[in-house]
Design a protein around this ligand. Structure first.
Ligand code: GDP
Length: 527
């Protein structure tokens, strides 16, 4: 098959949601449709058990499971679907942000009872930064949730995106009868606890078909007619270009656990979602159909067993064909590397990959060569951009508890930061190490892994920092002036970029007023 057809048949996406909205359940149902798994229950939720939130080893174990489910590939209707899994636990949200740099679109799951939640908003902000196309799946329609019109309004307002319903629910909770497909005017009737997938769509001849009333009763039929009339008068027709540019989210309603609404979602997804897209580098844009292979690392999974230090670096193929046992250029290290056992993941099993195409993700065994964001090419010197670090939310100073193990601590903390476990900011003079995370659990993970894998001991000291802002200036002189004036608050990230560590929003405002030549950035990359 030509490279062009390989690209055209691929869809690489992530499923995101606030914990508990139904991401794992939906993933599993999609895999069932694809025949990638045989029965429900095969996909382990990689989110921590609530009872065990303080037991981070448990979480790490569960994260271990998620190596296998990091990428789930399957074929459906001649399309190769790659689902990139994201951690459910909010303390590992940064992992999710990074995974979103490797997808071409997302499906956002919203719980119809809870509506838009905190994590939903944060994840959508990341999608918006990259103009990632989003399809919304409103889940749990078998429960007494919010009114669907109110939900659409809430999604538009809270997530700052236009919506267009492509299916419409009939009743909700106890009276949920099914969904009406607005495009092809078919009706799907709901039957709870369906274990198998069946084609349950009933063709009707528009809303005036007398069959409708027989099936739904008069009250629900009238309500459906009114709803649909309202949607069709108020809403614009679905515009795929607006969806592809990230401004419009098509919305589906259903119940993942009951396998309801999932097939329409999947089939529409295949039709409208983008195939692997081009990506920006520091020199030029790479198009997927270029013959030469390029790719970047967006996730590194450590092996917790100290006897087997190998890590798995996940590489998203951006262009050309990736081949096993072929030398590729690791641009940051200016080094040639080849991979004898690149791995692909398929629900609960993994296999050796001989070749992979744009949109695919391969797992590369790594003994410490990779950092998040590293680029592989056939020799062209370029670096993919758009894989930024995001401002962490919690900061602590890392202090050495065992002076005899200083070297180990240095090595360990730098490697953990390369893996993306947490962000390390170095403050000079004094080589103070400020660790930034999005959750308390990450500190426990660092402490444990430093001890377990590097034999180093550390403790954390509270610091008066609440925000990290990357800074740039109109001229190097201005930057110099600023960093001298605020030396106490300046630190350097893993790429040695200067960062302003602010104790409050007011701090930033004040500094910005005082130094108008300085721009403060939310992430480590800016335009
Ligand atoms: P995640 O945290 O987003 O991955 O959510 P899960 O898929 O683990 O689902 C959270 C809980 O919601 C589980 O107990 C599921 O069984 C339940 N759930 C998922 N989908 C539905 C649904 O359509 N209806 C109802 N009533 N419960 C659901």
């Amino acid at each position: 098959m030509s490279l062009q057809s390989e690209i055209a048949k691929r869809r690489t996406f992530g499923i995101i949601s606030h914990p508990d909205a139904g991401k794992t359940t939906l993933t599993e149902k999609l895999l069932l449709f694809g025949g990638a798994i045989q029965k429900a229950g095969a996909v382990k939720s990689n989110k921590a058990d609530k009872a065990a939130t303080s037991d981070f080893m448990e979480i790490e174990k569960q994260r271990g499971i998620s190596v296998a489910t990091s990428v789930m590939g399957f074929e459906y209707l001649n399309t190769k679907i790659n689902i990139l899994d994201t951690p459910g636990h909010k303390d590992f949200a940064e992992d999710t942000y990074r995974t979103l740099t490797a997808v071409d679109s997302v499906i956002l799951v919203v719980d119809c009872v809870k509506g838009v939640e905190e994590q939903t908003k944060k994840l959508m902000q990341v999608c918006r930064m990259r103009h990632t196309p989003v399809i919304v799946f409103v889940n749990k329609m078998d429960r007494e949730g919010k009114d669907p019109f109110d939900l659409l309004e809430e999604i538009e307002k809270e997530l700052n995106i236009s919506t267009r319903a492509l299916s419409w629910p009939i009743g909700i909770g106890g009276s949920f009868k099914g969904v009406y497909q607005l495009n092809n005017k078919a009706l799907n009737l709901f039957s709870a606890s369906k274990k198998h997938i069946a084609d349950d769509s009933i063709a009707i001849n528009g809303l005036d078909d007398p069959k409708l009333e027989e099936l739904l009763g008069q009250r629900l039929t009238n309500k459906l007619k009114d709803d649909v009339e309202l949607i069709e008068t108020v809403a614009e027709p679905f515009d795929r270009d607006l969806y592809l540019s990230g401004y419009l989210a098509p919305v589906f309603f259903g119940s993942a656990i009951n396998n309801f609404g999932v097939q329409e979602l999947l089939e529409t997804f295949i039709k409208i979602a983008p195939s692997p897209q081009g990506r920006e580098t520091d020199t030029r844009k790479i198009e997927p159909n270029e013959n030469k292979f390029t790719g970047f690392i967006f996730k590194i999974h450590a092996n917790l067993d100290p006897n087997h230090r190998d890590r798995i670096a996940f590489c998203r193929i951006c262009s050309g064909t990736f081949q096993r046992n072929t030398f590729y250029q690791h641009n940051r290290l200016n080094k040639k590397l080849k991979f004898a056992s690149p791995t692909s993941f398929m629900a609960d099993n993994k296999s050796l990959v001989e070749e992979a195409f744009p949109g695919d993700v391969v797992g590369l065994y790594d003994s410490g060569n990779f950092k998040i964001g590293d680029t592989l090419t056939e020799g062209e010197s370029l670096q993919f951009i758009g894989i930024p670090s995001f401002s962490p939310e919690i900061f602590r100073e890392l202090e050495n508890s065992d002076p005899f193990k200083t070297k180990q601590l240095e090595k360990g903390i730098h490697q953990l930061s390369d893996e993306g476990v947490a962000q390390l900011f170095i403050q000079n003079p004094g080589n103070r190490k400020i660790i930034g995370t999005v959750g308390e659990l990450q500190f426990e993970v660092i402490q444990f892994r430093l001890k377990n894998e590097y034999g180093a001991s550390c403790h954390f000291r509270p610091v008066n920092i609440s925000k990290a802002k990357w800074i740039s200036a109109t001229t190097p002189q201005e930057l110099e002036k600023f960093t001298r004036r605020y030396a106490q608050k300046i630190a350097f990230d893993k790429e040695n970029k200067p960062v302003f560590l602010a104790s409050s929003a007011w701090d930033i405002e004040y500094a910005a007023k005082e130094y108008p030549a300085i721009t403060f950035h939310e992430t480590s990359e800016w335009e």
